[in-house]
Design a protein around this ligand. Structure first.
Ligand code: AMP
Ligand code: ZN
Length: 114
């Protein structure tokens, strides 16, 4: 999608601090980090929100979650802990309509979230 920010990052048309790339997904640092480690794990496939998932995406979501765990481990947060979040639509604060899994770590994260 040419007008999608994350599609443009995936295509290399907008720079990002990449930490991982493979055939299925990319992961890069959030430009406005909310924790010492704040990564976005983004499938190459454009899907606007969780509301737009289809059964054929089931394996893709598993791949995103396992990559989040691998990146948390690689950055030393496997034991301390970390949070993984998909925001969906207005009241959850979704601002980019290409699904992305937030990975947050490196500080105590309040619960319930704000
Ligand atoms: P959400 O609010 O869940 O849709 O998350 C979108 C996230 O994308 C926010 O945390 C933003 O800080 C982040 N973001 C926006 N533009 C960029 C960018 N150019 N590079 C990296 N992260 C970005
Ligand atoms: Zn997109």
């Amino acid at each position: 999608m040419s007008d999608c920010l994350f599609c443009q990052i995936i295509e290399g048309r907008i720079p990002a601090a990449m930490v991982h790339q493979d055939d299925t997904l990319v992961a890069f640092r959030d430009i406005n980090p909310q924790a010492p480690l704040h990564l976005l794990i983004v499938p190459r496939k454009h899907i606007a929100s969780l509301n737009d998932l289809s059964p054929e995406d089931d394996a893709l979501i598993g791949v995103l979650m396992r990559r989040a765990a691998a990146l948390a481990r690689a950055h030393g947060y496997e034991e301390r802990g970390y949070r993984t979040v998909f925001n969906t639509n207005r009241e959850a604060g979704q601002t980019v309509f290409h699904i992305h899994l937030h990975l947050l770590a490196g500080r105590s994260l309040a619960w319930p979230p704000g």
